[in-house]
Each structure stands twice: as C-alpha cells, then as structure tokens.
Design a binder for this molecule. Structure first.
Ligand code: M6R
Length: 614
C-alpha cells in the first residue's frame, strides 16, 4: 500500500527511482511523484495522477539531474487521487520534501494546531501535516533535520514509513518507519531505499531492514546510521537478499497473474521441498518441531488473516479439526482486533499473510501476544514484519507474488496448513503413521497433478467467452470446497468487477436460491468427496430454477457431468487435498473473464497488493 523508493549516490537517480516505482506499482497506482535534489542543493518535485507511466510522460521535458531523490506511488487514503494529493509533499518554505506510506491517525489535531501557527495546506493528505510539522519543529527549535524528524515522530500516532530530502543537503536522505516496511540497500558510496527489496535487487544484495521506531541517516560517503526515537544509536544488521531479477519479470507471460498461476507446479514443489520427506512418510516443519510442547498442549487454535489468506485460514480450520482434533476459530484480523478477543495462554494464534505486512493482521498478532498466546506466522515475504513479530512460523516459499490477485500464495498457504495439520495431528496421536504416509505420498504428486489441471487452460479460455456477459455469479461448494468457492468468487470480483458470491452449497436454499435465473451462472465445486451425493442435490436445485452451471468435478464423474452445462474435470485426490487442485480452474476462469472484459488484471481498480493501512 503505497510504495517508496529513494537513492543517494553517483548513478542516474531519476532512472533508479522510476524503475523502482514500476516494481512497487503493485502497492498502489493512484498517482506517483519524485523529488530530485540537484548536486547544487535545489529541490525539484514532479507529480502526476495515475500510473507511473503518466509521471514519466510528465517528466519528459523536466530538469532530471540529481544526486539524491525520493519517489512514491500512492494508494489513496486521505484525499482523492489527484496531482495535489500525490507525494512527495513540500513543507511551507519549500525546504523539505517528504514521501510517506501509512496513516497519521492524529493528523487532524496536528493540522489544526499548525494552521493556528500560520501554516497553509495545499493538499488533503495526512502526509502534508507531517512534513509541515517537521518544518515547524525545525524552525521553532532551531535544530537539525534529524532532530526535527525525531521530535515530530514522537508526536504522531499511526503507521509510517517516510523518506525526507532537505534543500542544500544534496547527498542525504533521512528515513524512518513504524508499522510500515522499509528496507535499505547498501552499495559502494551509495544507498538505496524502498518499501520492499524489489527495486534494490539489481544493484546490491546487502540490505538492512529498518525496524519499528528507527530513523535512518543515509549520507553519501558515510556509513549508514540508525537512531531510535530516543536518540540512541541502534545496531545495524546487514542481511543478504535472497531474490533474483527473473523472479520479478513476466517471463514471456502477458500478465504476472497468468505467470503466477502457471508457476504453481514449481511453487508447490518449493513449498514442500525438505518438508515432505521419506517418500511422504514424514512431515518436517521446523516451526512445529521446535515448539512440540506448545502444539501438544494447545486447547484451541485461532486463525487470523484477511482476504485470500483468510480463505486459506478457513481451509486450515477444516484441516486442523480433521487431523488434530483441536477446535479452530477463523477470524478476520480486522474484526479480531476490535471484538474484545478472549484468549488463554494455551491458545495458539496462527496469522496468515502473503505480504507479511498487512496492518490488520499485524495488529491482531500484537493483541494475541499481549494476551499471552503463542503466535505462529505463515508468510511468503522473507524478512517482512509478520515473521519478525511472531513466535515461530513457516514460510510458504512461493517466490514474489506481484499480481494483485493472489494465486500461488493461496495454494502455498493451503499446502503449509496441510503440512502443519499433519505434523500436529501426528504429534498429538490423532493421525496414524499410515494416514500420514497415505496423504504424504499424494502431496508429493500434487505439483504434477496441478500441471495436468493447467492443461485445461485453453478449454477454460473458450468457456470464459460464454460467461463474460454475466453480471452476477454464484460459487458453491461444501466441506473443503466451500472455502474454495469463497476464494473463486473473490478472484472473479476483484479482477473482473463482476459481482460474485461464494456460499456453502446447502445454505443456498435459505436465501440465495432466489437469485437464480437464466442470467445468473453458478460455479459448483464438486470433486469426489464424502459430501458428493449431497451436492448433487444442490446442483439439481440450481438446474430446476433455470440456472446455468459450470461444474468442477473429479475425473470419471458421471452424475453432475450429466446435469451441468459445462464441466471441468480435475484429477482425483484425497478430500483434504482437493482445494489445491480445484482452485486452479477457478483462477484461470477469473483471469480469462477479466481479460475478455478488457480489465487490467495485474492492477485492478481501487486495490493494492499489500494493505498496510487499517
Ligand atoms: O498479504 P496478505 O496475504 O496479508 O493480504 C491479504 C489480502 O489483502 C489479500 O489476500 C487480498 O485479498 C488479495 N487481493 C486477494 O487476491
């Protein structure tokens, strides 16, 4: 949610910033801007509404020479997307330029006080309040920029990652973070700064993840300096970046989303590598092995997550209850944080997040920890905030997910939850060795089976053309296929803007059945499982009301295939593994319907990949 890039050094500053903004555009694309400081100490700011390419057009005839610069791509929170509200923001005397990711909660109080002191505001943003506050403190206290930044940050409430340039300081960037990610790349006599490591990877592998409450001072020709908000020097931990440029490119696919859907055979293999071993007899998850007593004695598990990760969490409930016999509750992190959660010290809270930065999930973790619960994280982005905030956890290892619609991260999360349930089930004596081996063997086959499902690509593309007309869709499933239905509906609505609802198939008769007519297609997820006969009835109920049906069924199906209008057959797997298989055609169906409608699937309107605001 909003992306920040910064650079100080001898390279072409503008090029680095623009390239970096393109890499971060998945975080927001309402407007973009750059602040460039010339070696002579002059500050130039250029901003444009819309995507980074608009900014590039705007900058074509501008003075772009610089020795330091900061840049921003915005996902609007305070104030509509506009040139005025775009970052960077200037302070009143034009001596400071600032970019910001996050939200300043007490901005109104601060703004009113600044107005009383004669400050005039040009935008509706909370960010402008921060830059004006820094300037006000700097002038009133006659102090350095670092001191003014520190003092200002001690006054603000909320979340931020910021970068500041000061006129006449052409070789310096000051940055800081609290609850919004910021990473610094260290080169020879140069520093890179970004919201995540993707803009940095081609220049250096040496990175420092700025911690909450730290201020970073980057001056060309000097070593990096980190200070706390109490003005104490903080330790610098340099990490090696495990990321390659090819992971950040489309690799011949027209969209990241399609690339990521097709990557799933490999990403699932990466996810299980070294974890499903001995031909499937043993499941090894370090996070569980290192905390055996906690998992043995847990009385309850609460899963917190948002969006697609919440759907994975709901599948986690089905998996854990079946395999471990532990009661599981699944909560939207945004609700959990405010619904007076009742937690006990033998509860385990599992937080799931692809980005590892989702603000609501992070806050839920903090609450759980305050209540004494053991918190386990399931994330994709190595070094992100959630793995750092949790007591233990597992990475899904599916590589960078850039398409805003989550695909490979979903299957990675479900795979980790499956392995976790098996591990804990074995540990607690609920799952027998034989059962582990039976499922374990099938897990090893999943990557190849997913490859087989992807062969449906052309059929699904053709099928999508028939249904692109629809204004509403119903997605139905039972048991493990119910969370899969929710996920299928979310995928369709977020990239095609078609209204879609996921429902437990049997619940349909209690209301949603009223919606069904010839104009409202239903996607029914009905692989062969213990609820198969039951869902056959639900399929008939839809058919009897004139609704058209796309059914995802197991190979060899001979009941639903006769009723449905269109059938996609997928390989048979044990019931607990079906979501890993049935979710793939749903991803492709959404993708092609959105493409047919001419939508930007990688950057759907109003959305951003990483939601770091409440
Ligand atoms: O990074 P996270 O997994 O915490 O993100 C959670 C949701 O914002 C995310 O899954 C969102 O719903 C996606 N756009 C779904 O495709």
């Amino acid at each position: 949610m909003c992306g920040i890039v910064g650079y100080v050094g001898d390279r072409n500053v503008y090029d680095i910033l623009i390239k970096g903004l393109h890499r971060l555009e998945y975080r927001g694309y309402d407007s973009a801007g750059v602040a460039l400081e010339t070696p002579e100490g002059k500050l130039n700011i250029y901003k444009a509404r819309g995507k980074v390419s608009n900014l590039e057009d705007f900058c074509k005839d501008k003075d772009l020479h610089a020795s330091a610069g900061i840049a921003h791509t915005r996902w609007a929170t305070h104030g509509e997307p506009s040139d005025n509200n775009a970052h960077p923001h200037y302070s009143q005397d034009g001596r400071l330029a600032l970019v910001h990711n996050g939200t300043i909660e007490n901005y109104k109080v601060l703004k009113d006080a600044l107005i009383e002191h004669g400050c005039e505001f040009k935008s509706e943003t909370d960010t402008e309040v921060l830059v004006q506050l820094i300037e006000y403190i700097k002038i009133t206290n006659k102090c350095s920029l670092i001191d003014a930044v520190r003092e200002a940050l001690n006054q603000v409430q909320g979340a931020y990652a910021i970068a500041v340039l000061e006129k006449d300081h052409p070789h310096e960037i000051i940055a800081a973070r609290k609850s919004s990610p910021l990473v610094i790349g260290i080169g020879k006599d140069e520093f890179f700064l970004a919201s995540d490591a993707t803009p940095i990877v081609e220049y250096t592998k040496e990175v420092v993840y700025v911690k909450d409450g730290e201020i970073a001072v980057m001056r060309k020709g000097e070593g990096l300096k980190l200070l706390t908000l109490d003005n104490v020097e903080a330790q610098i931990d340099v990490a090696e970046l495990q990321l390659s440029i090819s992971q950040l490119e489309k690799g011949g696919y027209p969209h990241f989303m399609l690339k990521e859907i097709f990557q799933q055979p490999e990403t699932l293999l990466d996810c299980i590598r070294g974890r499903v071993v001995d031909g499937g007899k043993t499941i090894k998850l370090n996070g569980v092995e290192d905390n055996q007593e906690v998992f043995k004695n847990a009385r309850r598990i609460i899963i917190v997550a948002c969006g697609t990760s919440w759907h994975a969490g709901l599948l986690g409930k089905y998996l854990i209850q079946e395999m471990c016999n532990i009661p599981v509750e699944v909560e939207y992190a945004s609700e959990f944080r405010y619904n007076h959660p009742v937690l006990f010290d033998d509860d385990i809270v599992i937080a799931i997040s692809q980005s590892g930065e989702t603000a609501d999930t992070l806050e839920a973790i903090k609450i759980a920890k305050r209540h004494g619960a053991f918190v386990y994280g399931i994330s994709n982005v190595v070094g992100s905030s959630i793995p750092r905030e949790t007591d233990s956890g597992t990475y899904i290892h599916v590589g960078p997910e850039i398409g805003v619609a989550s695909t490979k991260a979903f299957t990675g999360q479900v795979m980790v939850l499956t392995m976790l349930a098996m591990c804990v089930g074995r540990l607690r004596g609920v799952l027998s060795e034989e059962k582990v081996e039976e499922i374990g063997k099938c897990i090893l086959e999943v990557p190849e089976l997913v490859k087989k499902v992807l062969e449906l690509n052309k059929d699904i593309e053709r099928l999508s053309a028939i249904y692109t007309y629809a204004k509403n869709f119903l997605y139905l499933g039972r048991g493990y296929s119910y969370p899969t239905a929710l996920e299928g509906a979310l995928k369709l609505k977020e990239i095609s803007y078609i209204h879609a609802e996921g429902y437990p198939a049997a619940e349909m008769k209690h209301g949603p059945i009223a919606l069904i007519d010839a104009e409202m297609p239903s996607v029914i997820i009905a692989p062969y499982d213990h609820l198969y006969e039951k869902i056959v009835n639900n399929v008939q109920q839809v058919k009897a009301r004139g609704g058209s049906i796309i059914a995802i069924v197991s190979e060899g199906d001979n009941e639903i295939s006769k009723i449905a209008d269109h059938v996609l057959e997928v390989p048979r797997v044990p019931e607990c593994l079906t979501p890993l298989i049935t979710s793939i055609p749903l991803q492709l169906l959404s993708y092609y319907i959105a493409i047919n409608k001419g939508k930007d699937v990688d950057m759907p309107r109003n959305l951003a990949k990483s939601v770091t605001v409440e």
